[in-house]
Each structure stands twice: as C-alpha cells, then as structure tokens.
Design a protein around this ligand. Structure first.
Ligand code: CP
Length: 313
C-alpha cells in the first residue's frame, strides 16, 4: 500500500520523532483498510502468513500486548509471547543475547516493551529482524501515539488546527512524547498541563505551550488526553500527595463542565479512576477511551504489515 507516492522503507518502528507526515498518513490510511477488514465476517487476512512475531514484554502491559497479539493473528502470523519473568533475562542473559536467540529461531518481527529508553533502538541496529517499539522507558510509545492520532482524526475529521491538552505526568510519559511529535507534525496545537515539577517549561522547546492552570486551558481545547502518574518511574515525590494532585489537576465532574460539549476525553490507560479522571467521565458520552483500544488493533495491524513487509531476516 502507498499514500500517493510515499512508500514504506522502514524495517523498524522506533519512534514518531523520525517519521515524516507522509509516513504517518500512510500508517493511518493502511489502518483504515484494516479497520474495514475488522467489520467483515472473516476478519483474518494472509498478509503475514509464514512470518513469526515475538511479543517480548519486559514491563507489564494489558492493552499493547493483547493488541499486538490480536493484530498478528489477524494478519495470519505465528506469534509467541515472552514476559520478563518467563525469560532467561532473569538468569542474567543480556537483552542482545535474548534477541539473537529469537532471531536464530526465525523471528521476523520482535515487538519490544522495555523499561529502558533506547532498548528498541539498541536491538534494531544489531539484528535483522524488524523491531517495533511497544514503549521504552519514558522515551516513546509510537503505536499509542498513532492510535491516538487515528482516533482524533476519526472523531474530528482532521487533526490540523485542533487544540489538544495533554494533562498530567508529562516528564515520565512516553505516551506524551509520541503524541507531541505526531500532533505537531499533523498541524495540531498542543498545551501540556500539570504541576511544574512534572511539566517543566523546558518542554516549550518542542514547540508546545506549557500551563500549570487546568481551568484556564479546559474551555479552549478540542481534545483532552489525561495521563497517569508514572509512580514506577519516579524516584522522588513530585507533588505533596494525590489529594493535592486531584484538587489542582484531576478532571473532576465540576471541571468537565468547563469543556466544550464536543471535546473528546482520551486516556491511554491504565486509568487510575478518581485520580487523573473522574470514573463517570471515563465511561461518559465524551469519552473515546474504548475507541482508542479498538483503533489500536487496526493501527498495529498497519504497523506490522508495513514493517513486516520490509524485514529481510
Ligand atoms: N496504553 C498502554 O500502553 O497500556 P498497557 O500498559 O496496558 O499496554
């Protein structure tokens, strides 16, 4: 598949920072085709028949791991799931050696989630298998950024010209970084909102606005994307306590009244209900959180199809 004259030439998907607008559009258009396949009675296509995909998840995941597994199955690939606890990494084997063992077992595509930023890049430059970043530390989560973009485009018709607020723990968020790169490339305006410790002014250098006043921002936006506090990556206290965080930055029902009626409420999950987002709002009419999950399948099928077609193991 191609978008106009653009052809996919990447064996790996490591981040959205390096993708061109044309490449992003190609992924979204390919995902459109795969979403269509999902409405058929037979939802499987032979696009990756004979290829082997390994889901190597060295950090916990529900959405991303399941979504990649389903995507691979719908593309008729063979799939193996490996978690940190069940791998020889626990016996001291290096990530590179683990990956080379997988490569020697004819893995065409390795989907890697890892707590260290740069781990997918490290592997991609050392093995011939295609490497897809399923989230690396606080660096990037490219398929999450793409499915968020896809969902906004689906619900709003376009991304260009929209104002998107990303709220919460930006400092430790790979989802925030992938969203920022993708949204800016596609012509959206982005405002980051949260405590100054988690949303420092340095982010303005990326071309986004920074605010520490949620109530000021809410009436001006087309989309709010709420992020979880990434306690697992924080090595000190960045705010006095959860009560204080909710009081200043939680999307409560009272604060949601400041939103435009057509403003989308997004969250990559997992949600801490009642912290970053009121539970009723998470399930309410403005929420597209489950649409994000559904679209993740089509977007990941597109990514596997495009990168899997390039891999020359
Ligand atoms: N959004 C996301 O990456 O969720 P998981 O950690 O469940 O994969």
């Amino acid at each position: 598949m191609n978008s106009g004259t653009v052809h996919w030439t990447r064996k790996d998907l490591l981040g959205l920072r390096e993708l061109s607008v044309e490449e992003i559009n190609l992924v979204l258009e390919t995902a459109d085709a795969f979403k269509q396949v999902g409405t058929r009675e037979v939802k499987k296509v032979p696009a990756l028949q004979g290829k082997t995909l390994i889901n190597l998840f060295i950090e916990p995941s529900t959405r991303t791991r399941t979504s990649f597994e389903l995507a691979a199955k719908r593309l008729s690939a063979d799939i193996v799931n490996i978690s940190a606890a069940a791998s020889s990494l626990t016996k001291g084997e290096t990530l590179k050696d683990t990956a080379r063992v997988l490569e020697a077992n004819h893995a065409d595509i390795i989907v890697l989630r890892h707590s260290s930023a740069g781990a997918p890049q490290f592997l991609a430059s050392r093995i011939a298998s295609s490497v897809i970043n399923a989230g690396d530390g606080a660096h990037e989560h490219p398929t999450q950024g793409l499915l968020d973009l896809y969902t906004i485009r689906e619900k709003k018709g376009t991304v260009a010209g929209l104002h998107v607020a990303i709220i919460g723990d930006i400092l430790f968020s790979r989802v925030a970084r992938s969203n920022i790169f993708a949204l800016l490339k596609m012509g959206a305006r982005v405002t980051l909102v949260g405590p100054s410790t988690l949303v420092p002014r340095e982010f303005e250098q990326l071309g986004v606005a920074v605010s520490h006043n949620l109530e000021e921002v809410l009436p001006t936006v087309d989309v709010v994307n709420l992020l979880r506090i990434q306690h697992e990556r924080q090595r000190k206290e960045y705010f006095p306590g959860l009560g204080e965080y909710i009081r200043l930055f939680g999307l409560t029902k009272a604060r949601a009244r400041l939103l435009r009626p057509d403003c989308l409420i997004m969250h990559p999950g997992p949600i801490n209900r009642g912290v970053e987002l009121d539970s009723e709002l998470a399930d309410g009419a403005q929420s597209v959180i489950l649409d994000q999950v559904t679209n993740g399948l089509a977007v990941r099928m597109a990514v596997l199809y495009l990168c899997g077609g390039i891999a020359t193991r």
